[in-house]
Design a protein around this ligand. Structure first.
Ligand code: ADP
Ligand code: MG
Length: 317
């Protein structure tokens, strides 16, 4: 008894020796039982191995909990794809930028066999969903400000030695009418200590119409390969993501009807002949020139994200 009293008085005199509570709550660990699914996000018929759902995390069970976006693997792809989602989580967790979607945490289930990625929920969805419906209120100036923000996010990603490999309007999320963020780091790779590029082994899900020649021919990805994809994303922005003139049908028209591996071979051929996506109707010549600078054949000749930021900023002021 005397000893306990002594400890109490010691603690009173010196609060720092008081032991910490044994179980600190980790705010990045979400419990499955509190995660209530509301609906699917994104395209319904997407052929990807992943799914993104809108959920409410509602520990109190009174629908006051926050809305979150939850990425998981479809059950049939759990085994072979789980490394990819783990890698996406590992990367997103370490990225802090106003133009990159915010990581919130993970949810583990089935004894750690299945994993979910919890992100902030951006109600307007991706540019691919937002732009076609908001054409009227989205001026050229707004489109160019989106472009700058995408470049800023990409420049930060590059400064951390990552290549995104899937930059496209479907992977740029809209926070509100003036702010966009890069999402989907599912194909992102580190080029740290890799002499400036990453060589891909599996290319089943490749977004080939967004890819530069060196990616299609040699499976090599440089920071400059993301710049090429940014050019294609710019084309999408300036066409307001109109389906009929999106990159795929336009390239298919250029190369003629093909299937499978032949598609890539013909795509490479037209690109090597110097053919490119056309200038969208409402796109000023100066903006199209920047797009063309993203589409230089040689990676080293392409404009950088830093220069793009300067050029767009100049146009906006
Ligand atoms: P995938 O790896 O399947 O391509 P994405 O991260 O690109 O997954 O998400 C697929 C779609 O889900 C996006 O195009 C977008 O429409 C929607 N989505 C993804 N993340 C969010 C989010 N945080 N908030 C709102 N919608 C999102
Ligand atoms: Mg995606």
């Amino acid at each position: 008894r005397a000893i306990v009293r002594d400890i109490d008085t010691l603690e009173e005199q010196n609060p720092s020796i008081k032991p910490a509570p044994t179980q600190e709550v980790d705010p990045t660990l979400f419990q499955k039982r509190f995660l209530k699914r509301i609906r699917d996000l994104g395209e319904v018929n997407a052929l990807t191995a992943r799914r993104v759902e809108l959920c409410r995390y509602d520990p109190r069970g009174d629908r006051t909990g926050e809305l979150v976006a939850v990425k998981s693997l479809k059950p049939e792809n759990r085994e072979e794809q789980s490394n990819n989602l783990w890698s996406e989580i590992g990367i997103l967790k370490e990225l802090y930028h106003e133009n990159i979607v915010k990581y919130k945490g993970i949810c583990q289930e089935e004894g750690g066999r299945a994993i979910k990625l919890i992100m902030e929920y951006l109600p307007a969805g991706s540019l691919k969903e937002y732009l076609p419906h908001n054409r009227g209120q989205t001026s050229l100036k707004t489109l160019l400000s989106y472009a700058v923000q995408i470049c800023q996010g990409m420049d930060y990603l590059g400064s951390r030695n990552y290549i995104h490999r899937d930059l496209a309007a479907r992977n740029v999320l809209v926070e509100n009418e003036s702010t966009v963020k890069i999402g989907d780091f599912g194909l992102t790779k580190s080029i740290k200590g890799n002499e400036g590029y990453y060589t891909v082994k599996d290319d089943l899900e490749s977004p080939v119409y967004w890819y530069a020649p060196e990616c299609l021919v040699h499976c090599k990805f440089y920071l400059a390969s993301d710049v090429w994809s940014f050019g294609v994303t710019m084309y999408e922005l300036l066409t307001y993501c109109e389906n009929a003139i999106s990159p795929m049908p336009v390239f298919l028209k250029m190369i003629g009807p093909t299937r499978g591996q032949m598609t890539v071979t013909r795509l490479v051929k037209v690109l090597e002949e110097g053919k490119r996506l056309p200038r969208p109707e409402s796109c000023p010549g100066t903006v199209y020139e920047l797009m063309r600078k993203c589409w230089e054949n040689t990676p080293a000749m392409r404009i950088t994200f830093k220069s793009l930021i300067d050029e767009f900023t100049r146009m906006l002021t």
